[in-house]
Design a protein around this ligand. Structure first.
Ligand SMILES: [Zn+2]
Length: 364
């Protein structure tokens, strides 16, 4: 009995996610558009449309009169019917965004965090930042939750920050739980780069293939999108791209190993050798491509965005020269279209996915 209920609920959520997906990509749609795009039956689509309309997530905008037969009702997504807050916690800054149901960043703000900040520091900054961002109670009533994209290593499944490199007060901190209590809102906690790659997947839609988002900030990480979903790995700690070794005899890294990409890159930037810093990242990206065979590589992060063209050129060149020796292997390298908001926006989209996305993907 329980199983049947669960399956029915799954199907309902699944169909709803498909219709909302069409609403996000097409400005206006009819029942027949959804039938064509999803393969659902007209009856099933009618049911979902009625339910989404009753919840205020979509609305009719008019009617199209075909030559023959009854007029067809045209619908659109109601972007401001639901919102989510996204937070990007970096070592020195907290960036917050307000994202609507269509995935558009409506507001964005960045504030400094104290050096070596503690969990209470972050919770207070989150609460005051969110209060300022929301403003009216009208928006608060439509808020589905808060997504936090945080520095790893991090246990997404249990909502624990396991031991953020370079932050002394962040060992086994149950951030998801304490943030839910402090903010009185549902909280989704994920690694910063996994949130970032989710934002890219939303932006690109169904055409997005296997991909990585390479983020260069005070640390370096790589979020992975594999087989149509964010890839978190066996312990939900995938993405520690900065701690893959590129120089066996290199300098000691914060993680304890020698010659990690992150520390070799940092030494190059500190020496003012930007070309070498970009090449170090490019070598890492080529290693990743050889392992995973990706269709897209997206570059992001505050430090990268100071010299976006240098990094883009170095990675593009390395991918063409080193990774692709045959003409049927092609990888597109690009800068994140969301700029500095990429991680925070992705964290907010993860919250919207949890409520309105495909159920089995949203749970992971
Ligand atoms: Zn390391």
């Amino acid at each position: 009995m329980t199983r049947i209920t669960a399956d029915v609920r799954f199907l309902r959520g699944y169909n709803q996610a498909l219709v909302l997906g069409v609403g996000r990509t097409a400005r206006c749609f009819e029942r027949s558009t959804v039938v064509q795009a999803t393969g659902l039956t007209p009856q099933a689509v009618s049911k979902v449309i009625a339910r989404l309309g009753a919840d205020g997530l979509i609305r009719p905008t008019g009617a199209r009169r075909p030559g023959v037969g009854k007029p067809a009702i045209v619908y659109e997504l109601v972007p401001d019917s639901r919102y989510a807050i996204g937070a990007h916690v970096a070592r020195r800054t907290l960036r917050l965004v307000l994202v609507d149901l269509a995935g558009t960043v409506r507001r964005s703000a960045v504030s400094p965090l104290p050096g070596d900040f503690t969990p209470p520091h972050l919770l207070d900054a989150l609460r005051s930042g969110i209060d300022t961002m929301i403003g009216s109670t009208d928006v608060r009533n439509r808020l589905t939750g808060v997504g936090i994209g945080m520095i790893g290593p991090l246990d997404h499944a249990h909502g624990l920050v396991r031991g953020a490199h370079g932050l002394r007060h962040w060992h086994d901190v149950p951030l998801r739980e304490i943030a839910e209590k402090h903010l009185d809102l549902p909280v989704h906690l994920d690694k910063d780069v996994t949130a970032g790659i989710t934002a890219e997947a939303w932006r690109h839609g169904a055409t997005f293939g296997d991909a990585a988002l390479i983020m260069i900030e005070s640390g370096i990480g790589g979020g992975l999108w594999l087989g149509g979903a964010a890839h978190r790995g066996a312990h939900t700690n995938a993405g520690e791209f900065g701690h893959t070794v590129v120089d066996l005899d290199g300098p000691r890294c914060v993680c304890g190993r020698h010659g990690c990409l992150e520390i070799v890159h940092r030494h190059a930037t500190e020496a003012g050798d930007l070309a070498r810093a970009a090449r170090v990242v490019a070598v890492g990206v080529v290693n990743l491509l050889q392992t995973l065979d990706l269709a897209h590589v997206v570059l992001a992060g505050a430090d990268l965005l100071r010299h976006p063209e240098t990094y883009l050129a170095a990675v593009t060149e390395a991918v063409q020269a080193d990774a692709r020796r045959v003409d049927w292997l092609r990888t597109r390298v690009s800068l994140s279209g969301l700029g500095a908001d990429a991680i925070a926006a992705g964290a907010a989209m993860q919250v919207l996915d949890q409520h309105y996305g495909i159920p089995e993907l949203a749970q992971t």
